[in-house]
Ligand binder design. Structure first.
Ligand SMILES: Cc1cc2nc3c(=O)[nH]c(=O)nc-3n(C[C@H](O)[C@H](O)[C@H](O)COP(=O)(O)OP(=O)(O)OC[C@H]3O[C@@H](n4cnc5c(N)ncnc54)[C@H](O)[C@@H]3O)c2cc1C
Length: 393
């Protein structure tokens, strides 16, 4: 049986960061990864350019049953610390929008940086490794049985991620380990995920596939100002992905298609100033023609402003400023960027990421019940939680 100080399960963002930090402390570290390559999600992230962090990160932009849990890790390892590391490696990057930092070239730059750091810290990574059993020995060590040998370690770090993108090997492994050790797991669901629509609405909107509009998308609890994108399956785009993490099945979302404009006031003024103009030619000054045609039937759209009643104008304005869409559901883990829910943070020390009642067992990254906004927030949670555990294991 091979004896190791620290075993990290999962060579993703959180696992690699933890391994690097533990290795720097001269701990003997072994990362076990089921896939044939480390950091697959890093490579596919940000459309291949890894949105590796966000300059605006604040704990309030994370969803968790324990909203305070992430604060300590974020204060100890900040986005600026990670940016510093990226700069040290001369990786070119840029801010796309809203504080989102992307690689100029490829996500591979970030993965190469992490793997170089691993090498320098003497971290071993074993790929194609399937964990068969985890046992805790009496003398406070863990025994890990895998298809590539049996290992014994003092510290065991679960960094196996969430359930999104099963085709990339996502699995409930981490949740099962938590349950094995009596740690509660909050129910999981897909987050940062496109909405699907009921058949009638899907058919009506399908011809808009590819149209993108700057909107304010809201429910009773939160709003996001960003683009929405009509797809052949339903609704996507950053504003929709964001609100999907705050959406409860069955509830509508309200889409303000003209977030800068009081549509009712605009239409009433236009009725006075341009009475001979058709409604649709007014609206297409602000919105894509295809969208106007789908939202308003020709009977109303082709009317001259002078002939439209105040009530009708108010109805049109209601659609423009508060279009109610009731999603049928989401595309689920198949396309979700993240998994909401997961290992209960109340069972974990926010200072060390160790399980409070299971000495030596640590959980980091997405497997925990901490889910960030779109735009680099989730990688920063992986880096920060991984760094914190790396100081302790
Ligand atoms: C398409 C896509 C794009 C994304 N883009 C961004 C982005 O640009 N910015 C951002 O901040 N976030 C992005 N995310 C989210 C981000 O990728 C995750 O939040 C982050 O990777 C979580 O890191 P992690 O280390 O916890 O888990 P992961 O990166 O998922 O790593 C977990 C690792 O554990 C391995 N593993 C799982 N089970 C086992 C097992 N039983 N044995 C051994 N190994 C196992 C997996 O193979 C994987 O390598 C994106 C997600 C997706 C799906």
């Amino acid at each position: 049986m091979e004896k190791i100080d620290v075993i990290v399960i999962g060579a993703g963002a959180a696992g690699l960061m933890c391994a690097i930090e533990a290795g720097k402390r001269k701990r003997k570290v072994l990362v076990l990864e089921q896939a044939n390559k480390p950091g697959k999600k890093i490579l596919m992230s940000g459309g291949g350019r890894c949105n590796f962090t966000n300059t605006h990160i604040v704990p309030a932009d994370y969803i968790s049953h324990n909203p305070h849990f992430c604060k300590s890790a974020f204060s100890r390892y900040t986005q600026w610390d990670f940016i510093e590391l990226v700069k040290r490696y001369d990786i070119p990057f840029h801010e796309k929008k809203l504080g989102q930092l992307f690689c100029d070239n490829k996500s591979q730059d970030i993965l190469n940086m992490l793997l170089t750091e691993c090498e320098q810290a003497d971290v071993a990574i074993r790929l194609n490794t399937k964990i068969e059993r985890i046992e805790k020995n009496d003398e406070q060590t863990f025994k890990i049985t895998s298809n590539r040998g049996v290992f014994c370690c003092q510290s065991l770090v679960i960094a196996s991620g969430g359930l999104s993108i099963p085709t990339m090997g996502a699995s409930p492994f981490g949740y099962k380990v938590a349950e094995q050790f009596g740690i509660k797991v909050w129910p999981t669901r897909a987050g940062l995920v496109p909405f699907t629509l009921h058949v009638a609405e899907k058919e009506k909107l399908s011809e808009l596939s590819g149209v993108s509009v700057d909107c304010l998308v809201s429910n009773e609890r939160i709003s996001f100002r960003e683009n929405i994108l009509f797809t052949h399956r339903g609704l996507s785009g950053p504003a929709v992905l964001q609100i999907s993490s705050y959406w409860q099945a069955g509830e509508p979302v309200s889409i303000n298609l003209l977030p800068e404009i009081d549509a009712c006031a605009l239409l009433k003024t236009t009725k006075q100033t341009q009475p001979q103009k058709q409604l649709k030619s007014i609206l297409t000054e602000f919105l894509p023609k295809r969208l106007v045609e789908v939202l308003f039937n020709s009977e109303i759209a082709e009317k001259k402003m002078a002939t439209i009643s105040h009530q009708q104008l108010e109805d049109v304005a209601q659609v423009l400023n508060a279009w109610q869409v009731k999603p049928n559901g989401t595309e689920g883990y198949r396309t979700a960027e993240v998994t909401l829910g997961g290992v209960d943070c109340d069972a974990i020390s926010s200072k060390t990421m160790s399980a409070i009642h299971v000495p030596g067992l640590y959980f980091i990254g997405e497997v925990l019940d901490v889910t960030g906004w779109l735009g680099g927030y989730n990688f920063q949670w992986a880096w920060s939680s991984g760094w914190v555990a790396g100081q302790e294991v």
